[in-house]
Design a protein around this ligand. Structure first.
Ligand code: ZN
Length: 402
């Protein structure tokens, strides 16, 4: 028994990795086997054999004059080959597999932290989680916020996120919609705009951990009306439109535009990254899909759809939990493209006349605001120009003592 400096004995801290129940460990092993079996994936995207397809762009309006995401069009078709989902997340599977075999924590601190998020999450949902009661959500906005706060953010190495302030602020959703007095959002509303007003641009629904776009399909998607449409955000969750939302995850043109822009932006902001393959997570409330784009190799990928809950039992689907964990932590889990996945999407050709804008002139924040609006936005911050004068005075004062 250890003692602290005051000589009082204390129990050793229970190690999460040692305490992880054998029953769950066995279930995770079976899940890994399920992913590995997908190496025999057939010619179709199949959630029973988690798979991913490369897409080819036939026609798009990426060079149109100032096209917001909700008006983006991008007709695509799938390349013939379908790949197993795990091949681009080999590092993540290795972290998980190593733990399941040895029972011990990963040596690298970031891997240990990331795996701990998954194990804690799985143990917690065994007991209780608002994710078991999604049907109680009053509307789409509540559902989207709840999924972000209780699923995506909880599995991510950092639980910080930013929600589009146009879509969420006016609905007064600062509190977590799960209804618990003790539950707070780990994210906030803010500016999620990316792109360039000369090309594709707009507000992302959610940016997770500053590096992952999340897109929620809505009942109003596809009619190209403004995303502020009142009716779509107040629609009940349980209605037949859910089927349309589910179908809208397939070959989703807006998600494709968003992930392409985000990847180019990521490449510009992090020019020394080992891989520029960036995912975008899409959800319709009941299912998830993942799109990925590599702005260096011009490769666009679409995953099969993953159901959040088992149709028969209603239990949360562990395969989908693992997929979500791999995607939201892609900086640690993604291996990047393998040589046989280098199937061009033709975006470079399709956007040839404005490719330079995508490569050099995209930005993060204040996209589409007039100069006057940008000034108003900045002046809201505590470190505005007037405030700096006070800080200078304080620094002068402090300098007397050093
Ligand atoms: Zn909550």
């Amino acid at each position: 028994m250890r003692t602290n400096m005051a000589g009082v004995s204390r129990k050793p801290r229970t190690d999460l990795f040692e305490a992880f129940p054998d029953t769950l460990r066995r279930r995770l092993k079976a899940i890994i086997r399920h992913f590995l079996d997908s190496s025999f994936a057939g010619p179709k995207l199949d959630p029973n054999l988690p798979s991913i397809a490369a897409l080819r762009i036939i026609n798009c309006n990426a060079t149109g004059k100032s096209v917001p995401f909700y008006q983006a069009t991008c007709d695509v078709e799938r390349h013939a080959n379908i790949f197993p989902f795990y091949v681009i997340f080999k590092t993540g599977f290795k972290i998980l597999r190593q733990f399941l075999i040895t029972g011990s924590a990963p040596v690298e601190q970031d891997h240990r932290h990331t795996l701990a998020k998954l194990l804690n999450f799985i143990m917690a949902i065994e007991k209780e989680s608002p994710l078991h009661h999604l049907e109680n959500c009053a509307d789409e906005v509540s559902l989207n916020v709840l999924l972000t706060n209780h699923l995506f953010a909880m599995l991510c190495s950092s639980s910080q996120f930013t929600m589009d302030n146009h879509l969420y602020r006016k609905h007064d959703r600062y509190m977590c919609p799960c209804g618990s007095d003790e539950c707070e959002l780990t994210g906030k509303c803010g500016d999620t705009s990316i792109g360039n007003t000369n090309v594709w641009h707009g507000n992302l629904d959610v940016i997770l951990n500053s590096n992952l776009p999340v897109k929620f399909t809505s009942l109003g998607d596809g009619d190209y009306t403004n995303s502020d449409d009142e009716t779509k955000n107040k629609s009940p969750v349980n209605n037949c439109a859910n089927l349309n939302r589910k179908a809208s995850l397939k070959l989703n043109q807006q998600m494709i535009a968003e992930v392409i822009v985000f990847s180019f932006l990521n490449k510009k902001l992090h020019p020394c990254s080992e891989s520029y393959l960036v995912p975008c997570l899409g959800s319709c409330g009941t299912d998830l899909v993942v799109y990925l784009y590599d702005a260096q190799h011009d490769v666009l990928l679409e995953s099969c759809q993953f159901e959040l809950r088992n149709k028969t039992t209603g239990a949360l689907n562990l395969v989908t939990i693992i997929v979500t964990w791999l995607v939201v932590n892609y900086r640690y889990t993604c291996t990047g493209l393998t040589p046989y996945m280098m199937k061009k999407s033709n975006f470079f050709t399709s956007a040839k006349e404005k490719l330079q804008v995508y490569q050099e002139d995209l930005k993060f924040g204040c996209v589409g605001l007039s100069e006057a609006e940008v000034v108003v936005e900045v002046s809201d911050l505590p470190w505005n120009a007037d405030g700096l004068k006070d800080i200078d005075d304080e620094l002068d004062e402090l300098s007397k003592y050093f």
